[in-house]
Design a protein around this ligand. Structure first.
Ligand code: ADP
Length: 485
């Protein structure tokens, strides 16, 4: 597989600073592993402050030309990039499965989803409108122009190695910003292949830079630089808080997509098949490793036993294995720390009265494979209900009334995605509006799309990605006042 990628020119193993593919200045490197086999796929440079400073300089220099292009010129570059992402979807999908572990089918889905942001923002690039405001004095004219904020630092996680980059870089470039990307050190290869295709698409050198290595050195350099005007981050709440605090020093704009604690609420009147299918998709996508994954499944008492039975049967059928193998639905977890976290949450739940109805332990395939797990008799005080499990464990909680379900669902500091299953349209509106979440799916377990705003409330983040609202994160409102002679 690695040979095929090398042949296609997409196996890039150096950082990108301006027009140069670069090693780290002190020669240090990091190995990238395949979580399904433990094998080393490639080594990439372990960069730090110096390389990041140079990447910022190159982005800063490129900003003056890129932001001055017409929106139509930027739009065409983005469209070309989209076309290349799609024409290389097989190689990109393979790369995602190799370094991240998700099943190839899901990886190909991520390529389509990730590329869709570049297509959408190639179109949106041409729709950055301003305003003309009626003045308070007859000889004045007031205009509002929207201008790109400047250099953007984009820090991304490993769970969507491609889509979390395009979701940020698409709107940034459409607005006229330039970027320094710091992908996760666990999945840098997809980021580098994506950047290679951007260069092939004619996006000028310096507009996209990629550095990786020492995360806190790179992060601190981005935060300290007055030239970086915006930080956009997807990852853990803890790191997001650090970045927000660090951005205060130079008063940068900040967007954060942080952890969730998604409730799936299944009411007595839900269609069983729809609810089971929806919860399965919301829970087990990417082996539970997404920030919108169902973290708690709240089931009303009248349907609880029936739901648990059908749900367990469905989960039991999920095939675990190497994502390159046909039919596999659950790949490995990203690393041992992820496995240990899941194990400790399960242990805590058992010690407080939960029952393991299915799975519950490491899979006999070894590595970081974990059995798809269903816990019953879970309550909202167990750690598994308070923390993001980020693994293939579905905890089932029982509730009696609509009021109680809303109370349990909102009893968390997170507020990203929530799901509701009911055939009662009044109930769906009431619950949807009462949920303190940025995204709500009704009778649907997959809710992300490039055309709709994605983002959280409370400690799940700030700002929105995707849709026309995603553009605002990279624009400054600029208001010149004309005195008419
Ligand atoms: P996850 O648990 O999903 O790995 P993290 O928040 O640890 O979440 O990682 C998300 C991204 O943030 C990764 O690219 C990681 O390298 C980066 N990161 C981690 N710590 C820091 C830091 N102190 N400064 C900047 N980036 C960081």
């Amino acid at each position: 597989a690695a040979a095929r990628l090398r042949e296609s020119g997409l196996l890039r193993t150096q950082g990108l600073i301006g027009s140069k593919w670069a090693e780290s200045y002190d020669g240090k490197s990091i190995k990238v592993h395949n979580p399904a086999t433990g094998g080393v796929i490639a080594s990439v440079p372990c960069m730090g402050a110096k390389e990041t400073s140079d990447a910022i300089s190159s982005a800063h220099e490129a900003f003056y030309t890129w932001s001055k292009l017409t929106s139509s010129e930027r739009s065409k570059c983005l469209r070309k990039w989209y076309d290349l992402l799609i024409s290389h979807k097989e190689d990109l999908g393979l790369l995602i499965t190799l370094e991240q572990g998700k099943p190839l089918k899901e990886a190909l889905g991520e390529v389509a989803y990730g590329a869709s942001f570049i297509e959408f923002y190639s179109e949106e690039a041409r729709r950055v409108y301003g305003d003309i405001i009626p003045p308070t004095l007859g000889d004045r004219r007031l205009l509002v122009l929207k201008q790109p904020v400047g250099v953007v630092g984009a820090i991304t996680p490993w769970n969507f190695p491609l889509a979390m980059i395009t979701r940020k870089v698409g709107p940034a470039l459409a607005c006229g910003c330039t970027v320094v990307i710091k992908p996760s050190e666990l999945t840098p290869l997809t980021a580098l292949a994506t950047a290679e295709l951007a260069l092939q698409a004619g996006i000028p050198p310096g507009v996209i830079n990629v550095v990786m290595g020492n995360a806190s050195d790179i992060g601190d350099t981005l935060l300290a630089s007055p030239q970086v005007r915006k930080i956009t981050f997807t990852g853990s709440t803890a790191v997001g808080k650090k970045l927000m605090a660090g951005a205060a020093g130079t008063v940068k704009k900040v967007s954060l997509e942080l952890g969730g604690n998604a409730p799936c609420i299944v009411f007595d009147d839900a269609e069983l098949d729809v609810a089971v299918r929806g919860c399965l998709a919301a829970k087990f996508r990417n082996s539970g490793q997404t920030c919108v994954c169902a973290n708690r499944i709240l089931v009303q008492e009248g349907i609880y036993e029936k739901f648990a039975h059908v749900f367990v049967n469905a989960v039991e059928k999920l095939q675990v294995g190497n994502g390159l193998v046909d039919g596999v639905a659950q790949g490995p977890l990203i690393n041992q720390a992820a496995v240990e976290k899941v194990e400790s949450l399960i242990q805590d739940a058992i010690s407080k009265g939960a029952k393991v109805t299915l799975g519950g332990k490491k899979h006999n395939l070894g590595m970081t494979f974990f059995e798809p797990t269903v816990l019953t008799d879970v309550n909202n005080n167990m750690r598994i209900s308070r923390e993001e499990a980020f693994g293939p464990v579905a905890p089932l909680l029982r509730f009696k009334t609509e009021e109680e379900a809303i109370k349990i669902a909102n009893d968390t500091n997170a507020g990203l995605a929530a799901y509701v299953f009911t055939t009662n349209i009044s109930c769906s509106w009431r619950v949807m509006e009462a949920l303190e979440y940025g995204l709500v799916g009704v009778n649907e377990g997959v809710i992300s799309t490039e055309v709709a705003p994605f983002g959280g409330v409370k400690q799940s983040g700030l700002g929105r990605e995707g849709s026309k609202y995603g553009m605002d994160e990279y624009l400054e409102v600029f208001q010149p006042l004309l005195l008419q002679a």
